[in-house]
Structures are given as C-alpha cells and as structure tokens.
Design a protein around this ligand. Sequence first.
Ligand code: SAH
Ligand code: SF4
Ligand code: F3S
Length: 472
Amino acid sequence: MQSTSTPLARTPSPADNSSAPADSNQRKVYVKTYGCQMNAYDSDRMADALAKDGYARTERPEDADLYLINTCHIREKAAEKVYSELGRLAKQKAKAEPGAKDFLVGITGCVAQAEGQEIFRRAPVVDLVVGPQTYHRLPEIVSEARAGRRVVDTDYAIEDKFAHLPRPDRKIVQARGVTAFLTVQEGCDKFCAFCVVPYTRGSEVSRPVAQIVAEAEALAEAGVRELTLLGQNVNAWHGVGADGRQWGLGELLFRLAEVPGIARLRYMTSHPRDMDDALIAAHRDLSQLMPYLHLPVQSGSDAILKAMNRQHKADDYLRLIDRIRAARPDIALSGDFIVGFPGETDADFEATLRLIENVGYAAAYSFKYSPRPGTPAAEATDLLPEEVKSERLLRLQALVTKQQYAFQQGCVGKTVDLLIEKPGRREGQIVGRSPWLQPTIVDAKAGAIGDIVKVRITASEANSLFAECIQG
Ligand code: SAH
Ligand code: SF4
Ligand code: F3S
C-alpha cells in the first residue's frame, strides 16, 4: 500500500446514472480522477455543476459525450499518465463514425493548471483545459467548447469557487455512501523545495465557517455519518467563528460535531508546523474526532529537511508526536516520506529509518524523489541514481509494512465502534471502518449501512481487520 495510494479509501463511486430510465439524448459526462482526495472531491463537485447543465454522470467511459480527466502533477509518473490516456482517446475519436455525436475531452486539475495551453500543443484531441480555481465556470466553458472553440481557463478566480458551486445534491450524495469529503482549505504557502502544489493550487485560502457548516448539514441530511475535512494544509485553516472569535481547525471540528447526524470527523493533510494546541486538545476532548492523524515529515535528517525547506527539525516532529500521543494515546499515525532527495546520503537515509522506528506508524506512504519542473529542487545537480532510490524505497517500505502489521495486531481483542459502510466481497459479510481507518469485515447481521455498531476485533490480515458483533 505504500505507493501512490493515499491514506483514505475513496468514497464509493456515484451510482451509474446510465442505468437510469433511458433518455438517450441526455448528455453524459465521465470523470476520471487521479491524485489526492481533493481531486476526488473536486470531481464530484464538477459533476454536480454539470448536472445543473443537463449532464448526467456515467461510470461508462464509452457512453460519455464529455470525458474529463482530473489530473495530478505531483510526480512525473502521475503527469505522464495523462498523455498516455490522451493518446488512447485520440485513437477512439479518430475511429468514430463521421456524424457520430460530439465527443469532448477536457483536462482539469493540477496538470491543467501547470501546463495550460501547452496541453493543446501536445494533445490536439483536447477541447478544454480548466484549472482547479475555475470549476464553477465549467458549464460555460463546456458550452463554448461545444460551439467549436477550444478553451483554456487557468485564472485564479477572484470570486470564491466554492460559493459558486452548487450544494451537493441529496440523491447523488445518497448514492455516494455514508462517508464524504468536505474541502475546507485549499492551497499551500509552505513551498517545500520539491513540491508543485503551491504553484498548481495557489496560496492558502480558508473557506468561511458558514459555507462549511451549510455543506456539512446538507451532507448529513443526505445520510452522511462521517466527514473528512480536506485541505492541502488543512490545519492551516482559520476563520471567524459564530462567536466572532478567530477559530482554527480545532474550533471548527467542535462546531461540526454539533451537526445532527455527523457521528465521526477526520481531517487531512496536516503540516507539522500548523498543529496548534487547540487541535491537539480536540484529539483529547472531542469524542467524534477519530484517533487518526496523517502528519507527513518526509525525512528524518535535519540536513535534508533543511534542503527541502520543511521549516522544522526531526526532533521538533518527534516532540510534537509526543504531545499528540499524550493527548490521545491510541492515535494511529501515518506519514509521507520521500527517498532519494538530491544530496541524501546513507546517513541521512538511516536517520529517516530511525525516525520511523521512533514514531511507530500505523501506515506510511513513500515515494522516490521525482524532479518537478519549476520547483527549486529541480535545479539540483546532486541527483541520486535510480537504483539507490529504489533500494532505499524497498527498505523503508519493509519497515513501515512491519509497523503497520504490528499496529493492526495490537488492535486484536479491542472492542470498537464500527461505522458500517458497504457490503463485503463475500456474501453474508459487511465492511466498516474502525476508528483507526482500517477496513473491518464483520458478519452482515451486525447492522445496516450507516449504523455504528460495537464489535470486537478478532483478527488482522493484510490491510484489513476481522471482527465479531457484540450483543447489546
Ligand atoms: N500537503 C502535504 C502533502 C502534499 S503531496 C504535506 O505537506 O505533506 C503528497 C506527498 O507527495 C507529499 O507528502 C510527498 O511525500 C510526496 N511528494 C510531493 N512532491 C514530490 C516529488 N517531487 N517527488 C516525490 N514525492 C513527492
Ligand atoms: Fe507541498 Fe510542502 Fe505544501 Fe505539502 S506543505 S503541499 S509538501 S509545498
Ligand atoms: Fe496531485 Fe494536485 Fe493533489 S498535484 S496530489 S492532484 S493537489
């Protein structure tokens, strides 16, 4: 699991609208999503915006009149996937019968923002390119493209994109399931030397409290029980509360815990420098806040942390972890690591392994350093050979896998509340999430989707736990 995957499983895909009562003339949009949870959230909101314009979402690419690829620019491989997919779509378009219905291809997300017009040059099949700040203008952009004009819109909108996106539709939310993402913050001002996000998502912006609460209420009314607040630096969120005071993420979590129907809260991704006392206290005092924290550190070497511009030392991170664990001893910690950053020595890498040994993660996501155009680290000349990066990645992953199994094994015998999410792969089983985010398989008689039931964890296997129902 330590590859390009992310710590949270995606919410289930929306229902296949193509099986709705046949309206063969209805236009259909297919959205392919790459990258982080924020892209998953944005894809849903784009589909919501287009639904108002007469587009039904389909899960069948071959039915689409509009094919959107919501892209990620974080590593070279992620960005290159887009072009190989476009090559395939170009062939599909060329093979279409003359006079066949129009087929539009759109690129959205972080590659759209980073490459803009350049995408048209490399891939003539593309009809529209839309950056993450302008999704609320998507319906107009699509109409223009339908009229035969290719459109690039990567402006940072002055208006708030979220204020203009429609509220989530009740029926669509119901089809998506009992857990939902809610973006509360977007952008990053940290400028880590390796990272494209400050350039693709812009500077840190917080959504106002009233908008967040309204969306949380709409989601809860549609049956959502668990919210995951999203932001590139979600714990940098700040805003003015209903009491007129400045709030941070801790206060916001307390407010959202009051929304009727919302039983569980999570948030990601956090930066160590923005973990304030109120947020740590929320982990101690707010029972709805689940004991899971994704807190990337990237490296355990001070020299590399400095070169990465992470703005803290390894020891600051370790002391922070101590404070968090003092507040919430059973918390599951996860992190992100980059191996083979330019100039990383064996000793630097050993320091990273030591930090991992010290922390004891429940999960970790690790990547080989990938130079990204336009970032300061891309100028470096002391690059590491691919074999060294691969070898370090394997060693690091072996260690975190061992830790993950140990963490899961430590859950066996515990009694926990399980949020039932979906039917299991085998008949008679149902799958829920433990407080620590592990998928947990239990007898289907334990409860219905959306229920929170008491279970005892009986076994741990690969990435899942097994549990038995506790009566009463
Ligand atoms: N905002 C988050 C994470 C952003 S991107 C944070 O501050 O940690 C998710 C992860 O991708 C990062 O944590 C990092 O581990 C990885 N990543 C980002 N840029 C990368 C690059 N150029 N090469 C390899 N991994 C990278
Ligand atoms: Fe990228 Fe660093 Fe910002 Fe995270 S904090 S999004 S790694 S620049
Ligand atoms: Fe990728 Fe953009 Fe998210 S670069 S990780 S989709 S913010």
